[in-house]
Design a protein around this ligand. Structure first.
Ligand SMILES: Cc1cc2nc3c(=O)[nH]c(=O)nc-3n(C[C@H](O)[C@H](O)[C@H](O)COP(=O)(O)O)c2cc1C
Ligand SMILES: Nc1ncnc2c1ncn2[C@@H]1O[C@H](COP(=O)(O)OP(=O)(O)OP(=O)(O)O)[C@@H](O)[C@H]1O
Length: 301
């Protein structure tokens, strides 16, 4: 239970993917919360500001349904606050954002943001302005310097690019964890079990998420506190179907049983090959057997 009277140490940003830069901010928020005898929080928005401001959908690294859970789990903060990003929020003066919203409404006792963070109408608020206003209000402020890997600044935008190229190892390096797609297992058409004799669990890809290239991946599936390696196809199964929504279909290597209706998390570790339209079911089966071996080899290393 969080006491509302306590001051909050609040980290600012969208936190999509919860990458290593985000974690540096949240770690500081946790430290500052202890120091001020308060609680740690992230202030984010319910929709990505770019999707409202620029009118284009941003493919997300964290599905909406799991944002709170992911941010809390990876960042260790007590609370995730979702501001509603609407016309009013978009037009809020940056000083009002600090004084009225963060301090007035959410009792900020310390604010933490990155060097490149912009906020308020037309992104007119920045780290320098934040430092001045926090000092005036008598609260603390930390500007976190850019976290970089190999000279490249860690950012959600850069990680989205890596994922769109199928570079799952690169994405994991910048995220600090494997790119993961989660969902509830649905029924497939049962071709996997009957014709192919390769049982798979079917997940629909959340439409808001960043889509890696259609193809086969070496993956790890987490379910009911257990972890299984799996060869996973992402795509539209062109050998069997014409079009349709893409699915993600893990074939768990050392598991027999029914996962229908369960929540599973699929960690995408390595792109193995593009999805293809095979001449025959036999040819597809041979390719899958090779992918199974590649998956075993990958995780044995
Ligand atoms: C490791 C793996 C690789 C696959 N590769 C392909 C592929 O390249 N092309 C394709 O059409 N389907 C591919 N599939 C998907 C199968 O076609 C799919 O599992 C089958 O159609 C069963 O669908 P169902 O679960 O809806 O019954 C692959 C499946 C697995 C597990
Ligand atoms: N590499 C980083 N090092 C330190 N702080 C960062 C880093 N990346 C982002 N931040 C900060 O973390 C907070 C969350 O930022 P946000 O989620 O908007 O990040 P982003 O990854 O830079 O996103 P985008 O790529 O869409 O700009 C912001 O205050 C931002 O300045």
């Amino acid at each position: 239970m969080i006491e509302v009277t306590k001051p909050r140490a609040i980290a600012l940003g969208y936190f999509d993917g919860v990458h290593l830069g985000h974690r540096a901010l949240m770690q500081r928020a946790v430290e500052r919360a202890k120091q001020i005898g308060g609680t740690s929080a992230v202030f984010t928005f319910d929709v990505h500001p770019d999707s409202v401001v620029m009118g284009r959908q941003v493919p997300l690294l964290t599905a909406n349904a799991y944002r709170t859970e992911e941010i809390k789990k990876l960042g260790g903060v007590d609370e995730v606050i979702f501001g509603h990003f609407d016309h009013e929020m978009q037009h809020m003066d940056w000083r009002d954002f600090i004084h009225k919203l963060l301090i007035g409404r959410f009792n900020a006792g310390w604010i933490i943001s990155g060097r490149n963070n912009r906020f308020g109408y037309k992104g007119q608020g920045n780290a320098e302005g934040m430092a001045i206003e926090c000092e005036k209000a008598g609260i603390g402020y930390d500007c976190i310097e850019d976290v970089k890997i190999g000279g490249i600044v860690v950012s959600s935008t850069y990680i989205r690019q890596l994922i769109s190229q199928g570079d799952m190892e690169g994405a994991a390096k910048f995220l600090g964890h494997p790119y993961t797609v989660s969902g509830i297992v649905e029924h497939g058409r049962r071709v996997g079990t009957s014709v192919l004799q390769v049982p798979t669990v079917n997940l629909r890809l959340p439409t808001e998420m960043a889509l890696p290239p259609y193809g086969v991946y070496a993956t790890r599936v987490l379910v009911d506190g257990q972890s299984y390696i799996a060869a996973t196809n992402i795509g539209v199964k062109p050998t069997f179907l014409d079009g349709g929504a893409p699915t993600i279909e893990p074939h768990l290597l050392d598991f027999a049983g029914d996962l229908y209706g369960k929540m599973i998390h699929v960690e995408l570790h390595k792109f193995l090959r593009p999805e293809m339209q095979f001449e025959s079911v036999e040819a597809l089966k041979t390719a899958i057997e090779e992918n199974v071996q590649q998956t075993r080899d990958f995780f044995a290393e």
